[in-house]
Design a protein around this ligand. Structure first.
Ligand code: C5P
Length: 400
């Protein structure tokens, strides 16, 4: 994981539901992302999962019974003040009702009532309870007051039925917490960042394509880092990776699809980061039907040049390109920086086994238009994304 929530205080409110056990996974993920996690359990939640589990995961004693000793009520108000975000996951129907009506009769609802921090809720209940007019009225009331709903989604429910009311998966919930804390505190809040990722696929016929080894991991890591800093992120991708929560995906296949998507999305962008490995050439003609093996032997595939997306797209945004090279890394990257009209060029040597294609780490050098050469050590791709975004933030700041 990474330290995107370093030093942030997140209060996790857990209510009683068959999904309560998933709150342990959420607590663990939040801790691994660097957050200081404090847990408030309802009594019903403590029937499903023990406070001990949370104490072991977070290193702090959860709050359960407000009446255990005289000072407890005060302690909850303190907890509510310390919270930078309150996440209620799972949020049962009765917890939603308590929050909607301002009750403060347990550790969770008391904290929710006393905090000024953003409140995010991830409902989990049977579909009949979720769809009930009472729950829907509570949902509307809470949403109107600014409570952010994460799900629920449709899927298999504990009752065996399929329907609305299933809690969003822990990884997706934590992604949305990161996005929200980014919007509250991040230096890219209010900015639109467009990131391209993956190797484009240039069709030969309906089943075959010309492609490359790009996994898309670098672009996805940049998208996550930009989201964590509060940006609205558009990820234009031809890769088959899981889409990070809180990021908008525009799925594309070919270089020409990607060009159209980049042009459309860059109309509102503050920065374009072209991490995609765009195919330089595509088959001149795409066969309408699958080419038979017998006919293929004697055939050659004529190629024509694709548009250079980053060089083509124009506008008032920061442009970042990548140079994946096997030799003369810096000299080639510098030439491309100029030729493509980029503000920053990220040079990476794709012959290294611990960096570049397919792996989770990268070793890059960032070149700028003032002749600056910033050689970074081997880092996770997420951390490379963060360092790159530091540069983007300062370029955006210089523009005002
Ligand atoms: O020229 P080269 O392919 O090495 O340049 C790499 C950089 O240019 C990357 O940022 C890539 O996304 C971008 N590129 C592009 N359109 C192309 C080829 C590359 O935008 N047709």
């Amino acid at each position: 994981m990474n330290g995107s929530l370093d030093g942030r205080t997140v209060v996790l409110g857990v209510s009683g539901s068959i999904a309560s056990y998933k709150a342990a996974d959420i607590a663990s993920r939040l801790v691994q992302t660097g957050a200081r996690v404090e847990v408030a359990l309802t009594r019903a939640a403590a029937e499903f999962i023990t406070p001990l589990t949370f104490r072991a995961l977070t290193g702090r004693s959860p709050y359960v019974d407000i009446f255990r000793d005289g000072a407890e009520g005060e302690a909850h108000v303190e907890l509510a003040r310390r919270a930078e975000l309150l996440l209620v996951a799972p949020a049962s129907a009765s917890t939603l009702a308590r929050l909607a009506h301002g009750l403060a009769d347990d550790a969770l609802s008391l904290t929710a009532l006393a905090t000024a921090a953003p409140v995010l809720v991830a409902p989990a209940m049977d579909s009949q309870m979720w769809e009930h007019a009472a729950t829907q009225a509570n949902r509307a009331l809470l949403a109107e007051r600014g409570v952010q709903f994460l799900g629920p989604v449709s899927g298999r429910l504990a009752s065996g039925r399929t329907g609305a009311g299933r809690m969003l998966e822990p990884a997706a919930i934590v992604d949305l917490v990161r996005a929200r804390l980014g919007r509250e505190h991040g230096d890219l809040a209010g900015r639109v960042i467009v990131v391209s990722a993956g190797g484009t696929r240039e069709a030969i016929d309906p089943v075959r394509f010309v492609g490359n080894h790009s996994s898309g991991k670098m672009g996805y890591a940049i998208a996550e880092a930009a989201r964590d800093r509060g940006a609205s992120v558009v990820l234009i991708s031809s890769a088959a990776l899981a889409v990070p929560g809180g990021v908008r995906l525009v799925a594309v296949e070919s270089a020409r699809d990607m060009l159209a998507a980049v042009q459309a999305e860059c109309a509102q962008a503050d920065a374009l980061i072209m991490a995609a490995a765009v195919a330089d050439y595509r088959p001149a003609e795409v066969a309408a039907r699958k080419i038979k093996r017998a006919g293929f032997d004697a055939r050659s595939v004529d190629l024509v040049q694709n548009p250079d997306i980053v060089a083509t797209v124009q506008g008032d945004f920061v442009k970042v390109a990548f140079a994946a090279e096997t030799d003369d890394l810096l000299a080639n990257a510098r030439k491309k920086l100029v030729a493509k009209g980029a503000h920053l060029m990220v040079a990476n040597d794709v012959t290294a086994t611990d960096a570049g294609f397919g792996v989770d780490t990268n070793r890059v050098t960032i070149l700028d238009t003032d002749g600056g050469v910033d050689e970074l050590p081997l880092l996770s791709k997420y951390e490379v994304g963060q360092r790159l975004l530091d540069r983007v933030v300062s370029l955006l700041g210089a523009r005002g």
